[in-house]
Design a protein around this ligand. Structure first.
Ligand code: GSH
Length: 206
């Protein structure tokens, strides 16, 4: 199997970390977004939406990181994606929440506070930061409360849900995410950071 990937991307990270955790051998093919390689015609044949990551397993091509995670975890029995349907629905709940709500809140903070200064794209926009910060608190309060009673998001054991939601905290420090009042999110993320699969996918650490 081949993963077309861009290591700094949290979307790449969650799929790649699942493959490492499950010890699934992957050939890695860099798609350099800084060189616009996602717009090359060869890549657009794989993913017409022009985004990473993309998985190729023989003649099967799959894009969208959550679908890739579920596909990888379906290749062998494992506790990241347990067989029972209620666990899977619960994992899907958190993966849906991450895609629909968590990512769109974390992304502007990451972009304004970290990416813009890093790539010299102009000053952070205070209005965007203020709105994203307000939304961040709205999302972080229930997430923190959920994690107060548990070590992990679903069934109290590590699942795909944790890799999905954790991916958006990859740049929490340089993105200045306001996590001060959320000790349970911080201690849960510290547990994720200790996983070898997470350490091996630290941006810049490959
Ligand atoms: N919903 C998609 C999002 C993928 C995505 O936005 N990937 C970014 C990197 S984080 C990308 O390739 N962007 C290139 C572009 O938009 O031109 C997924 O989960 O895979």
């Amino acid at each position: 199997m081949k993963l077309y990937y861009f290591p700094p991307s949290p979307n790449t990270r969650k799929a790649h970390a699942v493959a490492i955790y499950l010890e699934l051998p992957l050939e890695l093919q860099l798609v350099n977004l800084q060189k616009n390689e996602q717009c090359a015609s060869e890549f657009l044949k794989l993913n017409p939406t022009g985004r990473t990551p993309v998985l190729q397993d023989g003649d099967f091509i799959l894009w969208e990181s959550t679908a890739i995670m579920q596909y990888l975890a379906s290749l062998l029995p494992n506790t990241l994606w347990p067989e029972d349907w209620r666990s899977r629905a619960d994992i899907m709940r958190w993966q849906s929440w991450q895609l629909a709500h968590w990512y769109p809140i974390c992304q502007p903070l990451q972009y304004e506070n970290f990416v813009k200064p890093l790539l010299q794209l102009g000053d952070p926009d205070p209005h965007v930061i203020e709105k994203a910060t307000e939304q961040f608190h709205k999302a972080a309060i229930p997430l923190n409360a959920h994690l107060a009673e548990r070590k992990f998001l679903v069934n109290d054991s590590l699942t795909l849900a944790d890799f999905s939601v954790a991916s958006d905290l990859t740049y929490a420090i340089p993105g200045r995410f306001p996590l001060e009042n959320y000790p349970h999110i911080r201690s849960w993320y510290a547990r994720i950071e200790q996983l070898p699969a997470w350490e091996k996918t630290v941006p810049g650490g490959q």
